[in-house]
Ligand binder design. Structure first.
Ligand SMILES: C[S@@+](CC[C@H](N)C(=O)[O-])C[C@H]1O[C@@H](n2cnc3c(N)ncnc32)[C@H](O)[C@@H]1O
Length: 331
C-alpha cells in the first residue's frame, strides 16, 4: 500500500478535470441564485473566524489533523476561508456540486495555498462520497450542509469509511428538531397576538406565516419524498449520536455553538433563542421589515418567557456544532 501522501496525490491525479476544477460528481447548480446567497442571509463570506474556530476546536479535542481535509458544500466560502488559512495538514479539498459556488469561493483564495495546506477544488455531490478512497481524510468539514443530503445515514457511513482513525466529521449550523418545532409553535401565537393588539394582518403576512409553519412541518416529517427539495431534514443530537456509534464514530455536541465560538480568545457567546428565531424569520423566511417590527414589539412576552427559563444556561437547542470522531478501534 503506498504511503498516505502518495496515495492522496495518486487519487487526485486520477480525477478528471472540468473547467479548471476536479470532477468527482456531475455539476449541479444550487436551488437559489448563488451570487445572491450572502445578501439573502445578511452575511459576508468569507468569515475568517469560522474556519479558524474549527481548527482550534480540532486541536482542543485532540483530533488528528495530519492528513488531508475535505469540505463538502463550501457555498460562498464562509467556513472555507479560515480552514484554508489555519488547517495544519498538507492538503485541503474544497467541494460543492455547484461550479458557481466553487468559483466564488476560489476567487477569495490565491492559489496554490494561503496557509499550510495546498488547496484543491472539486465538484462533489455528497451522494457520491462512497467513491472516495478509504482511510484518506483526517477532516470532513461542513457548515449548514448535512440537512441538504438525502440519505443521512448512508452519507455518515461513507464519511466514516473515508476518514482516518482519530479523524473527524465536523458539522456546524445544522438545524435541531426540538428548537425548530419550538419556533413554529411560538409562531402560532403571532397572528392572535397581533390581532389582539389591534393589528390587521395583511394577506402577504398570513402567507409568510403559513410558509414558515409549512416549511418546518416539511422538514420535520420523515414520511415524505424529499429528493427534489433543497433543504430536507431537522436533526436530533441523540439520534445523531446513535447513528455515529453504528459507524464507529463518537459524537460531541456543543449546543447552539458556532465554529467561530472556538476561535481565539475562545469567549463563547451563544446566541439566545429570540435572536435566532427573529433572524430566521427575517433572513431565512424573508418576512418583510414592517411585519418583523410588529413581531418584535408584540411577541416580547412569549420570547421573554423563554429567555428567562435560560438565564444561566444555554438553550433551547436550535443548532450547534457536532464533532464525530472516528474511533481508533471501532467496536
Ligand atoms: C446552506 S448552503 C451552505 C453553504 C456554506 N457551507 C455556508 O455555510 O455558507 C448549502 C450548501 O450545500 C451544498 N449542497 C446541497 N446539496 C448537496 C449535496 N447533495 N452534496 C454536497 N453539497 C450539497 C449547496 O450547493 C450549498 O453550497
Amino acid at each position: 500500500m503506498p504511503p498516505a501522501a502518495e496515495s492522496f496525490n495518486q487519487w487526485l491525479d486520477s480525477l478528471p478535470q472540468w473547467r479548471g476544477m476536479l470532477r468527482i460528481s456531475p455539476e449541479r447548480p444550487y436551488a437559489h441564485a448563488e451570487d445572491q446567497y450572502d445578501s439573502q442571509y445578511g452575511i459576508s463570506a468569507p468569515d475568517p473566524e469560522e474556519g479558524q474556530g474549527l481548527c482550534a476546536l480540532l486541536e482542543q479535542q485532540g483530533i488528528d489533523t495530519t492528513g488531508p481535509a475535505l469540505e463538502i458544500g463550501c457555498g460562498t466560502g464562509r467556513l472555507t476561508f479560515g480552514i484554508a488559512h489555519h488547517y495544519p495538514g498538507s492538503d485541503f479539498v474544497i467541494t460543492d456540486p455547484s461550479p458557481t459556488f466553487l468559483r466564488l469561493t476560489s476567487s477569495q483564495l490565491p492559489p496554490p495555498r494561503v496557509g499550510p495546506a495546498k488547496l484543491h477544488y472539486a465538484l462533489l455531490n455528497a451522494d457520491d462520497l462512497g467513491e472516495l478512497p478509504a482511510g484518506m481524510f483526517s477532516l470532513i468539514a461542513m457548515r449548514s450542509t448535512l440537512h441538504h443530503i438525502l440519505h443521512v445515514e448512508e452519507f455518515i457511513a461513507a464519511c466514516a469509511r473515508t476518514l482516518r482513525p482519530n479523524g473527524a466529521i465536523a458539522l456546524g449550523a445544522e438545524p435541531v428538531e426540538s428548537g425548530y418545532l419550538l419556533m413554529a409553535a411560538v409562531s402560532q401565537s403571532i397572528a392572535p397576538t397581533l390581532q389582539a393588539a389591534g393589528v390587521t394582518l395583511r394577506p402577504e403576512w398570513e402567507r409568510q406565516l403559513q410558509a414558515f409553519t409549512e416549511t418546518i412541518k416539511f422538514y420535520c416529517r420523515r414520511d415524505l419524498v424529499k429528493n427534489n427539495a433543497e433543504d430536507k431534514h431537522l436533526f436530533s443530537p441523540t439520534e445523531l449520536g446513535d447513528l455515529g456509534e453504528r459507524h464507529g464514530l463518537r459524537l460531541r455536541y456543543f449546543t447552539n455553538a458556532t465554529f467561530s465560538d472556538f476561535a481565539p480568545p475562545h469567549a463563547p457567546d451563544w446566541e439566545g433563542f429570540s435572536t435566532f428565531f427573529l433572524n430566521y424569520l427575517e433572513f431565512c423566511m424573508q418576512f418583510d421589515a414592517e411585519f418583523m417590527a410588529l413581531i418584535r414589539t408584540h411577541l416580547r412576552t412569549q420570547l421573554k418567557f423563554i429567555e428567562e427559563c435560560h438565564r444561566s444556561h444555554v438553550g433551547p437547542a436550535v443548532t450547534g456544532v457536532f464533532v464525530f470522531r472516528k474511533q481508533s478501534d471501532p467496536a
